[in-house]
Design a protein. Structure first.
Length: 217
């Protein structure tokens, strides 16, 4: 089984982009594309290839923009944001939605939740997230938390065009809804859930002494 890594060299919260999806069709538009039920946002979800492989993961959060517009925010790793925006734009067609960089930052912490913050939908141990003009975190060791709770990280355990989300624990971490209906990659994901036995998955391990970090070729 793949082992969960804890080798991030830069704070995850400093590498996020917040995309806004506004317009009357925003929920229906995303509902047909992502792995989770957008109507229940805030949620964690993924966008997949038609073959069911991971492309990007993100949080989807209801939000009122500074001009009063109701929108859904997509909180995504900045390194995947351009490709995600391109794919969303490709699927837009005649949907009444507006895609834009929100200009917002995200702050997070594990202490008292500020007004307007949300609980991280993956696991309550990850604390809260707050979207606004100021980003950063409260100094909590989020990498240690995610490793202890076996929560995969973008571009560490979650590799575009390689990872299957069920092998990465999306069902355990509230990242996939099997009753919401069709989305890109849904058929493969459902088949893996109901008709096959997973042979791979993430586990945490304890190591005594110093261990070398794994290197990807």
């Amino acid at each position: 089984m793949p082992r969960l890594s804890g080798c991030n060299s830069e704070s995850e919260i400093t590498m996020r982009r917040i995309i806004s999806v506004a317009g009357p069709d925003r929920v229906e538009f995303l509902q047909g594309l992502v792995s989770n039920d957008v109507a229940r946002a805030p949620v964690w979800a993924a966008m997949l290839t038609p073959q069911g492989k991971y492309l990007a993961d993100f949080l989807i959060v209801p939000h009122v923009l500074p001009d009063g517009t109701e929108a859904l925010l997509i909180d995504v790793d900045a390194r995947l944001a351009d490709d995600l925006m391109r794919r969303l734009s490709m699927y837009k067609l005649r949907s009444k939605v507006e895609l834009a960089d929100s200009g917002l930052d995200v702050a997070r912490g594990t202490g008292d939740m500020p007004e307007g913050a949300i609980t991280d939908p993956r696991d309550a141990a990850l604390g809260w997230r707050l979207y606004g003009e100021k980003g950063g975190d409260d100094g909590s060791d989020f990498d240690a938390i995610r490793v202890a709770r076996v929560i995969p990280e973008t571009l560490v355990e979650l590799i575009p065009n390689e990872t299957f989300i069920l092998e990465a624990g999306f069902d355990r971490l509230n990242g996939v809804d099997f009753r919401k209906g069709c989305y890109v990659g849904q058929e493969v994901t459902a088949r893996m859930k109901h008709k096959t036995e997973l042979r791979k998955g993430l586990i945490s391990v304890g190591i005594e002494g110093e261990a070398p970090r794994a290197r990807r070729s």
